[in-house]
Design a protein. Structure first.
Length: 460
């Protein structure tokens, strides 16, 4: 932190002195992560830092900034510098930027590109917003299976500089159909006369351009790859997706899921960059839905009004019952949503999940039921008049209710995300508050049903 403060102080000093030449030399000596931190600390000078840096370093800094910061800088950059940066950005980063900007701004920026890059950008933008096609870059190295290693190395020296990565080479046929991929180390460790076909192992892993980005995250997670090829429905190679882009998307997906699990819509920008109006708009919808849901709790209590009047002691335990059910449901939904996001659980595993939650929910309910029973027993010993002569029946009602309410909460919390996934919705929308509200209402029905069965003719 002290080092960052020193950087900020030095940069502010150079800006105050209008010494742009010295500022350029100073910024060019810093790591790009340090320049990014400076832009975060001095956002009003972000455009000046990008304008001042040499082109290659300006591009490398610009591409790691979050979109709101990129947008602010784009609006203030001079035309020539903006054109240079747009032209030098890797195609995948350029597509990501274009897909976030307003249409009229994108049109102006696309005009700045050479005809070939313009065609490429429009092609990438033609894929669905959350598809793998939006992430891919067409800069990669392809080889033919009849080439020898000497020719492959010559090809890499000629075209490798413009490739996103040369860690992996892709074998295609004369029609552009992807046949296999080969890691560069395999090429470097064999005799130069070795044919590419001898290095192929037919263990190809690829992505389809129309696949969801979330699916690509899971494929990268399950395979140790720095890049994966992207093909169309005829297996013709279109581009590659690199792990740095996947990590960026994975972070965005995780952030969105966490916000939805918290019971709100995902924010389009970082929290501090989101306006108060947008914060309210993103949260009010879910809060209104949850409030309407909680109103059903009042309706349920009204339905059992006679029972509550006859045995007011039952009302004392309503918060206990609904909170235990809601907490168990929230736990289960969070665990299942996380497991589904990591690819540990799929919709096909619903029966295994249900079976586990029935057992664990019953055991959890039994544990909480025993705690509730001991609580009533201790209070009865200390103050016998609180629950009267029928304390044991009241304790039994609470214990049995907790078993079934916690069991129902676990089942609801685990099955709802899977149901939403099966219907094509985002499982994260079955957020903890939503599940808790659902279990609150149904938990009351379970509680008063058990109470009616055990206390009828005695307290009811």
């Amino acid at each position: 932190m002290e080092e960052l403060d020193m950087l900020v102080a030095q940069v502010e000093k150079l800006i105050a002195e209008s010494d742009l030449e010295q500022l350029k030399a100073y910024l060019d000596d810093l790591n790009i992560s340090d320049v990014e931190n400076l832009i975060d600390e001095l956002p009003e000078f972000g455009y000046l830092f990008i304008e001042t840096l040499t082109l290659n370093r300006a591009v490398n800094v610009f591409r790691i900034l979050d979109f709101p910061t990129q947008e602010r800088i784009v609006k203030k950059l001079s035309g020539p510098k903006l054109s240079e940066i747009i032209n030098e950005l890797p195609p995948d980063d350029r597509t990501a930027l274009f897909s976030e900007l307003h249409g009229d701004v994108v049109k102006k920026m696309i005009i700045m590109l050479p005809p070939a890059d313009r065609k490429e950008a429009l092609s990438l933008l033609g894929y669905p917003e959350d598809s793998v096609g939006r992430l891919m870059t067409p800069d990669y190295i392809t080889v033919k299976q009849n080439w020898d290693v000497a020719r492959v190395l010559e090809h890499i020296r000629k075209y490798g500089k413009n490739s996103e990565t040369i860690d992996v080479l892709y074998v295609i046929d004369k029609d552009g159909v992807l046949l296999d991929d080969i890691r560069i180390r395999e090429v470097l460790l064999v005799d130069p006369s070795t044919k590419v076909s001898e290095l192929m192992d037919d263990r190809l892993i690829s992505l389809n351009a129309n696949d969801p980005q979330e699916e690509a995250i899971n494929v990268f997670r399950m395979n140790n790859r720095v890049a994966l090829p992207v093909v169309d429905s005829q297996s013709i190679m279109l581009g590659i997706v690199t792990v740095d882009d996947i990590l960026w998307i994975a972070n965005e997906e995780y952030t969105e899921d966490m916000q939805r699990i918290g019971g709100s819509e995902a924010l389009d920008e970082p929290y501090l960059d989101t306006t108060i109006f947008d914060l309210v708009k993103k949260r009010v919808g879910w809060l209104a839905i949850l409030m309407v849901g909680e109103m059903l709790t009042t309706t349920a209590m009204g339905f059992y009004e006679d029972q509550i009047q006859k045995a007011t002691v039952l009302a004392l335990f309503i918060p206990l019952i609904i909170s235990c059910g809601g907490n168990s449901g929230s736990q289960a939904s969070t665990l299942i949503i996380q497991a589904m996001a990591l690819g540990e659980v799929t919709v096909r595993d619903w029966w295994r999940v249900m079976r586990r939650e029935i057992i664990s929910g019953f055991l959890l309910g039994a544990c909480l039921g025993m705690v509730g029973f001991m609580r009533i027993l201790l209070w009865h010993i200390v103050a016998p008049k609180i629950y009267g002569d029928h304390w044991l029946l009241i304790a039994g009602t609470i214990t049995i209710s907790l078993v079934f309410v916690v069991l129902w909460g676990s089942l609801s919390g685990s099955m709802l995300p899977m149901l939403l996934k099966r219907l094509g919705a985002d499982p994260a929308t079955s957020s903890a508050p939503f599940v808790a509200t659902l279990v609150d209402v149904t938990g009351l029905l379970i509680y008063f049903t058990v109470a009616t069965m055990l206390l009828r003719g005695i307290l009811l």
